[in-house]
Structures are given as structure tokens and as C-alpha cells.
Design a protein around this ligand. Structure first.
Ligand SMILES: Cc1cc2nc3c(=O)[nH]c(=O)nc-3n(C[C@H](O)[C@H](O)[C@H](O)COP(=O)(O)O)c2cc1C
Ligand code: SF4
Length: 347
């Protein structure tokens, strides 16, 4: 969704950055964007050139005496580089690894200077708020989460793509309204909210108004605004395994709880999907997940167990089917299917 904003409306992001930089008297700004998004890189670079040509960037902006330079930096796509201290390390030319906080970047950031880090969508909202006022922006949204939010709707839903809705819209409104419901009228099972380290929200919460607080209550996060819709052909244990393996792969390796814990969670889930899981494994997943959440150094490790913890909370029956009955109700885990059902299925 941030890529689409950079591609489709780069000047809104740039304008938001210029206003914000002016407010804190910053003289240098960076846009950190994955090199795998070449159109976003091209468009934001063009917008920067255009802003320079019109005296909106560079020395003595609009004769105000204020100067600001904004530079585009292309990242190699490491998940951890979204974490602010790892991003700063990457911007400084170091390997993208997190460091303990405090000191927070606002006190000591890029090359030791006070630095603020904001999301693309946040900056794109700034010109709107300055132009129309905070009250106008706060007209939409919920008590604790104002304005609108862009979600990237994906998975087993008829209309995939970007969706901008007021904060507080329900999952049902997004999936069945904007998203047009499930293909072939299949049954809605869950939605993974907040990217790979988000949480799985079950059908029982279809009418949950989405905002930062309500998602936290059901074990999910807003995160990147990703919404992956799943129907009843999805195995929830396999999904948790998939997401934790991504985080284990992306762990920067600096701290033991995340480096070792994510791998142990992955190995346990592998065993369960192979039909070798036990009831004790479920307790282990829960206690280990909690330790990783509470003791990891940065946001990657602190949120990595979310898919495991949320699926254990909302889909315990499906885990029990795997470890006690040795079946996979969704028919995905080949080791747990009758031999004839595995023909033509990849492991
Ligand atoms: C592992 C990890 C990955 C992240 N990835 C992103 C990302 O891709 N884009 C982003 O804007 N924020 C990402 N964040 C959040 C940022 O660190 C930061 O909190 C956020 O951009 C703050 O912006 P906001 O206050 O304007 O929302 C990530 C955080 C973590 C821990
Ligand atoms: S939590 Fe993970 S990603 Fe973050 S510092 Fe520790 S090892 Fe690195």
C-alpha cells in the first residue's frame, strides 16, 4: 500500500515530509524504499526533482530561509529494516540490525542526530490535515483511531487490491462489501491482519470495527495494513508455520530469544503438520511464544509469535485435530491425509 502511494501520489508524501521537517527544523530527510519497487523509486525521484525546480525543496525554500534536502535510499528488502534502529543502521551503510532503545531515534538517531521515522501513509495525511484542519480529519474514524486507513486486501477474496476505508469499518464491510466476498461462495475462515507478524482473526469477529485498539484485543495488529483472507480450504496450522518461518528467516540474529525462539516455533509447527506433534507441543508453543514476545530486543521478535499465538487462541480445535486425531480438517497437511487424498498434492 505504501508502494502504491509512492507510485500514484508521490507529491503528497513529499509535501508531508517537507511540512514535518519544517516543524522540527530538520535539514535532511530520507525516503527508504525497497529496490524491488522500481516504479515507486522512479516516481518519488521525479517528484523530488519537480519540487526542486519549483523551489519547494533545497536551499531557502520559497524564500523562507529554511533549507531541506530529501534523498531516496534503496533498501535490499530486509523485513527488519522497517524497524527504526535497523533502518538507521542501514541508512548509515551498516548491516540492518536493531539496537536497544533507549536512546530512541528522536534523541539519538541517524549519525547520532535526533531523527523521526514515520510511515509513508502518515506523511501523505499531513498536507490534508494542515489544509483542512485536524477536526475535519477526525470526523472519520473511531474514538482512539482517527481518519482513514488503506488496507491491502489479498488472498481468497473476489476483489483484491487496495481499499481505503474510515477507521472503524468492520472486517465484514471490507471483505464482503468492498472485497465482494469469497470466491465460489466458500466459507470465510479467518483474516490475517497486519502482515507476517500480525494475527489471525476468525469469523466470530467479522463485525469487529477495525482500529488499533480492537485489533490488539483479538491478538492482531494494524501493522502494514495487510489483510489476507482465508477460506475453509486453508489449514490454520500450516498458515502459522508459514508466517513464523518467514520471521525466522528475517530475524537479524542479534538477540537469542528471536534468533533461536522463532526457529524452535517453526520446528515445532513443522512437526505438527507432519503428524508428529503432541499435546505438550501446544503448551510449548504457547510458553515459548510468550517468552519470544516479551524478551526479544526489537519489534520483529516481539511480534513474530503473533500468528502462532492468535491461531492457538482462536483455532485450538484445529491444532487438537492435528496432534490428537492426526487429521488435517482443511486437507492441506499431506502427512495427515488418507493416502488416496495425497495423490497430486505437493508436500
Ligand atoms: C520488523 C518491522 C518491520 C516494519 N516494517 C515497516 C514497513 O515496511 N513500513 C513502515 O512504514 N513501517 C514499518 N515498521 C514500523 C516502523 O518501524 C515505524 O514504527 C513506523 O513506520 C512509524 O510510523 P508511524 O508512526 O507514522 O506509523 C516496521 C516495524 C518492525 C518492527
Ligand atoms: S528481535 Fe530479532 S530482529 Fe530484532 S534484534 Fe532481536 S534478533 Fe534481531
Amino acid at each position: 500500500m505504501d508502494r502504491a502511494l509512492l507510485e500514484g501520489d508521490p507529491h503528497s508524501v513529499l509535501e508531508g515530509m517537507i511540512i514535518s521537517a519544517y516543524a522540527i527544523e530538520a535539514t535532511k530527510g530520507f525516503i527508504y524504499v525497497r529496490a524491488e519497487y522500481p516504479i515507486a523509486v522512479l516516481h518519488i525521484r521525479k517528484a523530488i526533482d519537480e519540487a526542486h525546480e519549483r523551489g519547494l525543496l533545497g536551499d531557502n525554500i520559497l524564500g523562507s530561509g529554511y533549507s531541506l534536502d530529501i534523498e531516496v535510499r534503496e533498501g535490499a528488502g530486509a523485513f527488519v529494516c522497517g524497524e527504526e534502529t535497523a533502518m538507521i543502521a542501514s541508512l548509515e551503510g551498516e548491516r540492518g540490525m536493531a539496537r536497544p532503545k533507549p536512546p530512541y531515534p528522536a534523541v539519538r538517531g541517524y549519525h547520532g542526530e535526533p531523527t523521526i521515522i514515520n510511515n509513508v501513509e502518515t506523511f501523505a495525511n499531513v498536507p490534508l490535515i494542515i489544509e483542512e484542519g485536524g477536526a475535519a480529519f477526525a470526523e472519520s474514524g473511531t474514538e482512539g483511531s482517527k481518519g482513514t486507513k488503506i488496507f491491502a486486501l489479498a488472498g481468497q477474496v473476489n476483489n483484491t487490491g487496495l481499499v481505503e476505508v474510515p477507521m472503524g469499518a468492520t472486517i465484514r464491510e471490507i471483505v464482503f462489501g468492498v472485497g465482494g466476498g469469497m470466491p465460489r461462495n466458500r466459507e470465510f475462515k479467518a483474516v490475517q491482519m497486519g502482515g507476517p507478524s500480525g494475527g489471525c482473526v476468525p469469523a466470530a469477529h467479522l463485525d469487529l470495527p477495525i482500529d488499533y485498539d480492537s485489533l490488539k484485543e483479538v491478538g492482531a495488529i494494524m501493522g502494514s495494513g495487510g489483510m489476507i483472507v482465508m477460506d475453509n480450504t486453508t489449514c490454520i496450522v500450516d498458515i502459522a508455520r508459514y508466517f513464523i518461518s518467514f520471521c525466522a528467516e528475517e530475524s537479524c540474529g542479534l538477540c537469542a530469544p528471536c534468533r533461536l525462539g522463532t526457529v524452535q516455533l517453526e520446528e515445532t509447527l513443522n512437526r505438527i503438520t507432519e503428524g508428529k506433534g503432541t499435546l505438550e507441543d501446544l503448551d510449548k508453543l504457547e510458553s515459548l511464544g510468550e517468552v519470544v514476545q516479551q524478551t526479544s530486543l526489537c519489534g520483529l521478535g516481539q511480534t513474530a509469535p503473533n500468528p502462532v499465538m492468535s491461531t492457538l487462541r482462536h483455532f485450538r480445535d484445529e491444532y487438537l485435530a492435528h496432534v490428537v486425531d492426526k487429521t488435517c480438517p482443511a486437507g492441506v497437511c499431506t502427512a495427515l491425509l488418507p493416502v488416496e487424498a495425497t495423490v497430486g498434492k505437493e508436500k
